[in-house]
Ligand binder design. Structure first.
Ligand code: ADP
Ligand code: ASP
Ligand code: MG
Length: 450
């Protein structure tokens, strides 16, 4: 069996879905489990609807909702052209999902309150809509397909907006669910991103989480391969939307891919690699617009050559400087600091310490008020905004002779704030001013790859 995950742009409209269905159709003998994201930009709209509803702007929420309904209904009609019964069933399904969504949104509008639990229900609707429509479309195009509700098999903690998967339960449940759904059909389809807590309450896996769903299913069914179909022909030397002249990498290691994703490469959700590593399942990143391109294979480390593979970046980060003379010659100071980050669920990227000072970076957008307040009880804290983080990633890069000299020598005109190299020799990261990011990325890409 294989897992094939299609992201938002790969299922954006009738043309994209038709292409996607034919890609799946060409692999039926490998018994695909198809995982789909919401149509392109739909999850963003659902977040916007949540904001409108919470602000009690019912007119705004309803307008946005009706636009989404029309987009999905027209898509269903276009895909099921000439198949009257399937078309009616698909329309019924879409309307049913929107009716439920509408009553949820109305309730939020009248209360002006939005719990994470209700928000997870609203934002997960995009995947239910796309997976239902695509399931009908596959059947309409002659691929007999069964539908699985991911909420019955991807079990997580009750962190509704970023559920932590329960690996044991997932491995226990998924194979049975997939086998059951596979009786008498050519393929099965389910939603990415969507999951449920142990008591059945809907959760989601966090933004971009459909990749993670694919690898969790891959792990649970011992898939031969996990395919991530997206809008680029593989993992590139840098984000092609940010840097010119990037190229696709033939193969990279699990560790390199995980590091790239953690340090900003949006092409994969950062947690995608972990379940695949455990079972040594290769992941392929492939281009749904150009299915015959070879894409990138993400494989076991031993199959991968050393060297710089890619430059990732996080455009908007905060540097938190913590100063305390109490840190000198004491035990447990760092412990105390990191406990506070843990308690407030703020994740830290880079760290560097000196005698009485700790500097660390966190991605902007996380709520750090509580962290700053608690740290201020025993230390002086300064938060610096307007910075970006750049990471040069590749197997054993830290040991490449002259690399530091070449990198920092080529960036003499830019101010570098913090430098950090990982213990695994795979990553060299540093912090710069946000307005320097484009120049630095361009310069580095030229130096390392052109
Ligand atoms: P999907 O909707 O298929 O999940 P995403 O938008 O989440 O797609 O991820 C694909 C995007 O990731 C690409 O369009 C590209 O702009 C971005 N990206 C960032 N870094 C890289 C990289 N190193 N290689 C390829 N794509 C990258
Ligand atoms: N639709 C979700 C999002 O936009 C999950 C995904 O596409 O991977 O974040
Ligand atoms: Mg994605």
């Amino acid at each position: 069996m294989i897992v094939m995950k299609f992201g938002g742009t790969s299922v954006a409209n009738c043309e994209a879905i038709t292409r996607m269905v034919s890609i799946v159709g060409s692999k039926l003998e490998e018994r695909p489990v198809v995982v789909v994201s919401a149509l392109s930009k739909v999850t963003d709209s659902l977040y916007r609807i949540c904001d409108f509803a919470q602000a009690q702007n019912e007119a705004g929420a309803m307008e946005c909702l009706e636009q989404l309904r029309n987009r999905h209904l027209s898509l269903a009609r276009e895909l099921m052209e000439g198949k009257l019964q399937l078309k009616e069933e698909a329309e019924g399904k879409v309307n049913g999902i929107f009716d439920t969504l509408k009553s949820l949104v109305c309730a939020v509008c009248s209360l002006g309150e939005l719990s994470d639990r209700v928000k997870a229900r609203i934002i997960s609707s995009g995947e239910y809509l796309s997976s239902n429509i695509i399931c009908f479309a596959m059947n309409a195009k002659g691929i007999k397909t069964n539908f699985i509700d991911a909420g019955t098999m991807i079990i997580t903690s009750d962190d509704y907006l970023k559920g932590e998967p329960d690996m044991d339960r997932i491995c226990e449940i998924v194979p049975g669910k997939v086998a059951e759904a596979y009786s008498g059909v050519d393929a099965v389809i389910t939603q990415g991103f969507v999951a449920a807590a142990g008591d059945g309450t809907r959760t989601v896996l966090g933004r971009g989480g459909s990749d993670y769903t694919a690898s969790l299913i891959g792990m649970a069914i011992d898939a031969k391969r996990i395919e991530i179909w997206t809008d680029v022909d593989g993992v590139h030397t840098a984000d092609p939307r940010r840097v010119e002249n990037t190229r696709s990498l033939k193969r990279i290691s699990f560790e390199e891919a995980a590091e790239m994703a953690y340090f900003g490469a949006k092409v994969l959700h950062p947690l995608t690699i972990e379940p695949a590593v455990d079972k040594d399942i290769p992941i392929y990143v492939l281009d749904s617009l150009n299915p015959s391109a070879c894409g990138t294979a993400i494989l076991h480390d031993s199959a991968i050559e050393e060297g710089v593979k890619s430059i990732s970046c996080k455009e908007n980060i905060l540097v938190i400087n913590i100063f305390s003379p109490k840190m000198i010659n004491t035990f447990g100071f760092l412990d105390k600091v990191f406990d506070i980050f843990k308690e407030h669920k703020v994740s830290v990227d880079l760290i560097s310490t000196s005698e009485a000072n700790i500097s660390l970076t966190v991605e902007a957008g996380q709520n750090i008020n509580g962290v700053v307040k608690d740290l201020s009880d025993f230390a002086e804290v300064h938060v610096v905004e307007g910075k970006s983080q750049v990471s040069v990633i590749g197997k054993n890069v830290i040991n490449i002779k002259g690399l530091f000299k070449n990198i920092f020598g080529s960036l003499l005109q830019y101010k570098i704030y913090m430098i950090s190299q990982g213990a695994t020799a795979i990553n060299l990261s540093f912090v710069i001013d946000r307005q320097s990011l484009d120049g630095v990325m361009k310069q580095l890409h030229k130096l390392l790859f052109e």
